[in-house]
Design a binder for this molecule. Sequence first.
Ligand SMILES: NC(=O)c1ccc[n+]([C@@H]2O[C@H](COP(=O)([O-])OP(=O)(O)OC[C@H]3O[C@@H](n4cnc5c(N)ncnc54)[C@H](O)[C@@H]3O)[C@@H](O)[C@H]2O)c1
Length: 326
Amino acid sequence: MSDRLAGRVAVITGGASGIGKATVLRFLAEGARVVVGDLNVDAGRELAAAVGDTDVLRVQTTDVSDEQQVAALIDTATSAFGHLDVLFNNAGIGGAFGPLVEVDVEHWDRTFAILTRSVFLGIKHGARTMIAQGGGGSIINTASVAGAAGGGGPLAYSAAKAAVISLTENAATELAAHRIRVNAICPGFIRTPLAVGRDEEAIVARVAAVQPWPEIGAPEHIAAACLFLASDDAQFITGDSIPVDGGMLASGTRLIGLVDAAQFVEPLQRVRPRNHRGPARGASARRRRLSRALGRVGRAIQLNRPATRAASTDSWRWTRAGSIRP
Ligand SMILES: NC(=O)c1ccc[n+]([C@@H]2O[C@H](COP(=O)([O-])OP(=O)(O)OC[C@H]3O[C@@H](n4cnc5c(N)ncnc54)[C@H](O)[C@@H]3O)[C@@H](O)[C@H]2O)c1
């Protein structure tokens, strides 16, 4: 490690598990001091105990969908460590799964509260502090490949992540004058409790069969991209959403040619975007081309309706038990 974040203070939400935890550990190794906000009390305690140094790490029980709790989390960075330089809005859940006609409004709203309202709240309170400090900063949001080309996979999740991409673009536009950079990362399939849940090896094997890169993504791959965006190496990068996905977005046409899409319906429901005509704003021609290819994959997957329904209901229950109220 190379002290690329020496002297910096970072807030990381969802930092007690998966992508967030890997990023906490990487940032600490690079010299940052970190405040973690997570709803999972036990996992937060485990992380604090493993690091064992309150001079560099504070863990605060936080529900990122609650404005007061998010504001308090940002305050902890300044009261404990003096300032705020980096904010990683990362906490998340799988959210409401299922065919559109069966998604409960309550589940839809909760999905958006945790995946999207949280990012708005983080940006709002993080930017307030950074603007008051006057020294700029870096805000990173976890979106998803599902948000880069929505309409497939879990409906609410994809829409919520697409909203995160839009929030990122608009916040970056507004905050650039303050030298606050705002970017998103779009992970592909990353081996974390959220993505694999039960049947880990079976899911990993099936995704590996349709992802170009031979190995499944690891949380550390996303942490490395976050480090880049947090560091001065990214000082002219803002408003961008960067896929870190082992070629998943790039491989739409290849998927159609080589696999029976229905066979992969469950893992693809969780991670794969489909049916996309292209983002309304700020999209490159390349992104639109890839999205069209993914749309064709999605239509093939939609043919398998029973499997889609089973995955939906089940996944929502798992999400409620495992992530919303850990
Ligand atoms: N793993 C993947 O394949 C993948 C792909 C694309 C995007 N993502 C996104 O990456 C982010 C991190 O997910 P992960 O895969 O590391 O999952 P994870 O379950 O390992 O970690 C998510 C963390 O968020 C916390 N959390 C959940 N709800 C919360 C709330 N209301 N308030 C505070 N904390 C809360 C959980 O307690 C957990 O520690 C999420 O936003 C997810 O949507 C993951």
